[in-house]
Design a protein around this ligand. Structure first.
Ligand SMILES: [Zn+2]
Ligand SMILES: [Zn+2]
Length: 61
């Protein structure tokens, strides 16, 4: 499984996640917020990051 964190450039971290975790050793303690759960009008998932303590970005919540 790939690390679920994002780099500062917005790309998905290329490291392998630690076993039983969603993040690599580097991102384990400071994971980025998850992606917004909203769908665009095209049916794609919103590419914005979700706000802290929310499943949606500022635009969709
Ligand atoms: Zn990582
Ligand atoms: Zn959104």
């Amino acid at each position: 499984m790939r690390c679920q964190a994002y780099t500062a450039d917005g790309d998905r971290c290329q490291n392998k996640a630690r076993e039983g975790l969603n993040y690599c050793g580097k991102h384990r303690y400071s994971p980025e917020p998850p992606q917004c759960m909203a769908e665009t009008q095209d049916g794609d998932q919103c590419q914005n990051r979700a706000l802290e303590d929310s499943n949606y970005c500022g635009k969709h919540q």
